[in-house]
Design a protein around this ligand. Structure first.
Ligand SMILES: Nc1ncnc2c1ncn2[C@@H]1O[C@H](COP(=O)(O)OP(=O)(O)OP(=O)(O)O)[C@@H](O)[C@H]1O
Length: 300
């Protein structure tokens, strides 16, 4: 697995605040990688370091195999950090033309292609001043991608977007990874969205890595056997503290291999099992478990 990002003991302090606290992270090339964490976990600080905007207090960081801040590396990266701000008096097309000229690249046709890809063709000649947050985000993504980077960092790419906009952004991000081979790293608090679009995630907590892995592996590890059965008292008697209620069903926290034995035990106890199926944990419950030590809200 080739890594596009490699951090070792990465630390950033702001006075008494440890925004990053010895972070060890390896992000593989290709696919969509989510960086998650509660407010103040250190996601934006990490992104700023990766983009060479701020310097770490301690530790090592390599981006595309090179130290950060190397212009040759920066040229291979695109980014959108927070809602992008563009000159309000320019149209969407003028904005991309201006950015393309600044990078010494991209023919007119290329700009139209990017406007189309982010769904701004109809708004191409409208001034950015009148853009909604979602439109500005989409223009920001076009600006980040127009230079054909190998690696793109997107901080909350769907914040402020309506559901159709979020769906379009998801499709765009997936197609950039799958069809164009761009590695996408994104931070988001929208965990359902992350579960849908990301291949792997890192869950950060207090400047450290709390969990990392394929989304499918992380959610499978929280798998439960969901039982629709009666009477509940008998089921709970068999399961003890491995049972919890989920609506009018029971979730059994047992390994898959113990499923058949549990069903036999329940039937022997006179339980009527109407339905039994394995359900994966969603990313939200994995997130809540992994970050349980942190209070919600920003840290002091
Ligand atoms: N320039 C700064 N000066 C002082 N403290 C800072 C600065 N930037 C970040 N911090 C602090 O560092 C910690 C990590 O902040 P960071 O913005 O990286 O978190 P985050 O995970 O991106 O949070 P959010 O989800 O709210 O965007 C927080 O406690 C924050 O208040």
């Amino acid at each position: 697995m080739t890594a596009v990002i490699e951090t070792t003991g990465l630390t950033k302090t702001y006075g008494a605040v440890r925004a990053l606290d010895g972070l060890n992270l390896s992000i593989p090339r290709g696919g969509v990688y989510g960086v998650l964490g509660p407010n103040g976990a250190g996601k934006s600080t990490l992104f700023r370091i990766l983009l060479g905007l701020i310097r770490p207090t301690a530790g090592e960081v390599r981006v595309l195999g090179q130290p950060t801040g190397d212009p040759a590396v920066t040229r291979r990266m695109g980014s959108m950090i927070e809602t992008p701000r563009f000159p309000p008096y320019l149209t969407a097309r003028q904005t991309l033309t201006w950015l393309a000229q600044a990078h010494g690249m991209a023919a007119e046709a290329e700009i139209d292609r990017w406007l189309d890809r982010v769904g701004l063709t109809e708004a191409a000649n409208r001034k950015v001043r009148g853009f909604s947050v979602g439109m500005a985000q989409r223009l920001g993504v076009a600006a980040a991608l127009m230079t054909r980077p190998d690696l793109v960092i997107l901080d909350e790419p769907t914040s402020g977007m309506d559901p159709p906009g979020i769906q379009e952004m998801r499709a765009l991000i997936r197609s950039l990874a799958d069809d164009d081979g761009v590695t996408i790293i994104l931070a988001s608090h929208q965990l359902l969205e992350v579960q849908r679009v990301c291949d792997r995630v890192a869950i950060m907590n207090r400047g450290r890595l709390a969990a990392e892995g394929k989304v499918s592996d992380l959610t499978a590890s929280g798998e439960r056997l969901r039982l629709s059965a009666t009477p509940l008292a008998k089921i709970m008697g068999v399961l003890g503290d491995r049972g919890s209620m989920d609506g009018d069903a029971v979730l059994a926290a047992i390994p898959r291999a113990e499923g058949p034995a549990l069903l036999r035990a329940l039937i022997e106890q006179g339980v009527d099992v109407d339905e039994a199926r394995w359900v994966g944990a969603d990313l939200e419950s994995v997130f809540m478990t992994e970050t349980a030590a942190a209070p919600t809200g920003d840290r002091p």
